[in-house]
Write a protein that binds this ligand. Sequence first.
Ligand code: ANZ
Ligand code: ZN
Length: 838
Amino acid sequence: MADEKELRYDPATIEPKWQERWAADPTLYAADPHDSGKPKYYVLEMLPYPSGQLHMGHVRNYSIGDALARHMWMRGYNVLHPMGWDAFGLPAENAALKNNTPPREWTLSNIAAMKRQMQRLGLGYDWATEITTCLPDYYRWNQWFFLRMYERGLVYRKKSKVNWCPECATVLANEQVIDGRCWRHEDTIVELRDLEQWFFRITAYAQELLDGLDKLDGWPEKVRTMQRNWIGRSEGTEVDFTVEGGPEESSPAKIRVFTTRVDTIFGATSVQLAPEHAITAQFSSTDSVLKEKVAELLDEQKKARETGDIGAIEKHGAPTGRFAINPYNGKRVPIWVANYILADYGTGAIMSVPGHDARDFEFASKYGIPVRRVIAPADPQAEEPALPYLSEDGILINSGEYNGLTCDEAQQRLQHIAKEQAFGEATITFRLKDWGVSRQRYWGTPIPMIHCERDGIVPLPDDQLPVILPANIEITQTGGSPLSRVPEFVNVTCPKCGGPARRETDTMDTFVDSSWYFYRYVDAKNDVEPYAPAKAQHWFPIDQYIGGVEHAILHLIYSRFWTKVMRDLGMILNDEPAQRLFTQGMVIKDGAKMSKSKGNVVSPDDMVARYGADSTRMYALFAAPPDRDLDWQEDGVAGVSRFLGRVWRLTTRHAEAARSAKGQPLAETSGTSLKLLRKLHQTIAKITHDFAGRWHFNTCVAAIMELVNEVQAADAQLTSGEVPAPVIRELLTNLVLLLAPFAPYLSAELWEELGGEGAVLRASWPISNPALAKEDEIEVSVQSNGKLITVIRVPADADAKAIEVAALAEEKVKARIAGKTVVKVIVVPGKTVNLVVK
Ligand code: ANZ
Ligand code: ZN
């Protein structure tokens, strides 16, 4: 019978057969109950947006996660490996506009299609815990969390300048503005608008979010650095400069500046206001020339912000004709308005120190503002450096009673004085802004708030949740939230006074959905709370989170914030959501990222139809280390498919021998048998080691290929019985086990073929026998003056002296050095012996 099977490796029959069997056994990929006593392992890939089609980036991401999950199952862990859908968001509304399909239907049918693709790929998810964020059983908990945060002062409403994408016709969070453009529309410049918005007070956790990064040593350093920069902590000082002679009221106005270098304050030769600073408005209200100038400066600033690089703005400013007094020395300095000063950072005003700040220097040079040196190098012998002198490594000069202090000492002294005399203080400023979550769109979670004429803002009581998103509404591109045009939705009675009131029509940013979805997986059917705390405590933190580096800031800061909020609500004990994070590289094709707009998309369905799911997945792991970019080559998929065909033929050809040896012990081995077993155990050791950390799955697959080559080369000995059946059994069953994380279908089929018991997923991961894996001899090359003479074999544990002796005893070596003097012998154990000869 084996002959017939031997003919062809046919994934098109093997794979659907197993897919059906797996679908019929919902326990296969399900986690055991959380109190089963097995050690837990939570492996998670980022949930996809249901666009309708998986792309190769998904396939790669999920192949990595699935290989890890399978490996951990085989290691005996209780594995949680869930999947869901990040199902709210604008594309559903755009599709509705385009094809006139309601967002809900469009989304759900996309989900069905992508789920089929995932199942066809053989990804081992527990579908019983599937979550879909656009369904009320999920989003009601967004509303519930919103109310809990409101109670704790973590939700507030304010009028603010917001980023507005004209293409999306909605507000974007700062994190969604990339280089001044919309994160969804790379060609659309984001505008600034004034709107009443809902905010999450993520800044309340700024310091903790920053400190926590130090402990996340299982996260890539580049992600931690990006988050540190995004949070942007800056220690400095606020100081009040008094405005000379006015305004007309009795108490003179003060301009509070923020500086990181208060030690340079004797070098301040002007004060600079942001165009949008309140005092700028005051001054220009009576000065129409200034007013016009300020409008121009603001315009320039907006444009520079929109293009994303405010740092490179061509600096312009206007003198106000007014003066301010430096509180430390009573000196008067002119007040200017400048386009490089931002209203929403620090205090919106600075003291300008052209002697020691590059931007101020550029500005002062342009407008003839004096430049004064107040810091000198600590070493009195050093040559006087050119201005601006940016170093903080120096001592104060031209600074009155503070002369001679180091920068550090001066900062502390000056801060102390400011505090004492109540004209300033030490402060910490963050670049991180509160998270604006209002969206004027339909396809998102309705915000559970009521606007009452009498009572103002009234939170909805819990028993009125969920606020269901109405179906069948007209979606338009512009004109505010589509929900505001649904009277049944908008008109409500106030929960407080019973009078007529309006329901909030903004919906939540979809990043809310993904900020806590992974907690829901542990208790996806719970209809009385988001999840049972005991279950979350068991499963969290996530042991391994896998996703794209493009989420380094948005999703991965928001979800850290959400975790801290839930901890403070007493719902979990962990401070961070994920212990380890892995960010995989991109999938590229012909030198560019695979994307619809570039027209270089390779469809996973095509690949699966042509080569099978196993080959597609295994290629995604084999073609590059997982953290690097992968250049998709169809030839490579075909190559993997040929390799799996060889595994198939090799295994089926010797399956009978392997089956016949069931229960027989491995006797003493030597010769070919020993050589093959050694290769097997080396391969086991390598792959096991890689799963534990390095994740070089490309070299893992390559190692399996080498193993197969060696076994295949000994095919005659396998057939003749020279390699006995128990050895064949050991080789083939372990080969199948090693392949199981990478090629689940073929492994399942061959496992059965070899008479393996139960699912291969529940079989034990092989353990490398170190005695067998160890080479007893190694090769060392012998060189004279760097030129190769020969390669010798020495015992693997030989020390340097023994290697030297062996090398000098070798005939070829003796011949080469005859009549010469060996001046020196350099031994690199395990590698080379170099003879320095004269
Ligand atoms: C005087 C000074 C002297 C400054 C010096 C620096 C060096 P980071 O580190 O990013 O927090 N600054 C403050 N608020 C600003 C605003 N709203 N718009 C533009 N610039 C602003 O930068 C803080 C420094 O950036 C502050 O310290 C201030 O310039 C400027 F030798 O004050 B400094
Ligand atoms: Zn009311």
